[in-house]
Design a protein around this ligand. Structure first.
Ligand SMILES: [Zn+2]
Length: 280
């Protein structure tokens, strides 16, 4: 517990969730872990997207892009002249968002730490994707909108990324972030069992308050916070429950044979926030 709070500089105390600490001043909830570069690379190897954390990310492409298009629609409500904007995505993975966003923005570009994912984005989907760490990225270009979908909770130093994103944006540009809301009713009720709590891939647990504070500190003004529903495949739900969180592979295969894993459902626990903020 040596580091200070990355949101407000305050000091940490034990939180009510075992293994996590909480800032005494702003309430920011975090693992406060320090990972080596090698550990991070290991975490996001190809297995991450094929069995360890996702049932099979690639087979869910259509559904993932459906969710992305809903976010693009929301951005359109707050960001004028979307089709003239240069977009950059931090954590672009396999390039599903970049591909879906191409029709709505002037141009799209992204970066991800996972080499396999970026290779797919570039070679199979033809997207402008870089592999590497955004903290070390330099293109010499300026952008109008930076997106970080379900990424900020994975970053060891999210404050560095938000600051760098601000530097890459033109004045009046936007940052769009999705992450779980640790202050939501569901998160507070579930405690350690909240589905978003899984260190070491999720290192930080922001709330409306702490994410807004960080954005303000780094030169942004929050313009919208919403709680979108996400469409998810029954396959992903059953695989997570029966194969990742427990060992009931037989039961999973049974449901798969029945065909119900082909269905999709809409879920909204109002604990997943979508924040749009404008560079001041
Ligand atoms: Zn704090």
């Amino acid at each position: 517990m040596s580091k200070n709070c990355l949101v407000c500089g305050g000091s940490f105390q034990e939180s009510r969730i075992k293994g996590l600490v909480q800032c005494k001043d702003c309430g920011f909830l975090t693992t406060n872990l320090e990972l080596t570069e090698e550990e991070i690379k290991q975490l996001y190897s190809a297995n991450y997207y094929h069995g360890e954390e996702y049932a099979d990310y690639l087979s869910d492409k259509e559904i993932i892009q459906h969710n992305f298009r809903k976010r693009i629609k929301r951005i359109g409500k707050f960001v004028p002249d979307r089709n003239r904007l240069h977009l950059f995505e931090i954590g672009c993975a396999y390039g599903f968002f970049l591909e879906a966003a191409k029709a709505f923005f002037c141009d799209t570009e992204g970066i991800d730490i996972s080499e396999d994912a970026v290779k797919y984005a570039r070679e199979t989907l033809g997207q402008n994707a870089h592999d590497g760490d955004f903290a070390a990225f330099y293109s010499g270009k300026k952008y109008d909108i930076v997106c970080m979908w379900d990424t900020i909770e994975h970053l060891e130093k999210p404050e560095v990324y938000v600051e760098k994103a601000c530097g890459l944006l033109n004045t009046g540009g936007y940052i769009c972030i999705t992450t779980g809301d640790a202050g939501s009713l569901n998160a507070r009720m579930r405690g350690r069992k909240w589905r978003q709590i899984h260190p070491p891939t999720h290192l930080h647990y922001f709330s409306r308050k702490t994410l807004s504070l960080l954005l303000q500190k780094k030169g942004f003004e929050v313009v919208d916070i919403s709680y979108p529903a996400n469409t998810i495949s029954v396959n992903t739900i059953l695989y997570t429950l029966l194969c990742i969180k427990s060992s009931h592979e037989k039961m999973y295969r049974f449901f798969k044979r029945l065909g119900i894993t082909k269905m999709n459902i809409n879920i909204n626990f109002h604990d997943f926030m979508f924040v749009i903020a404008k560079k001041k």
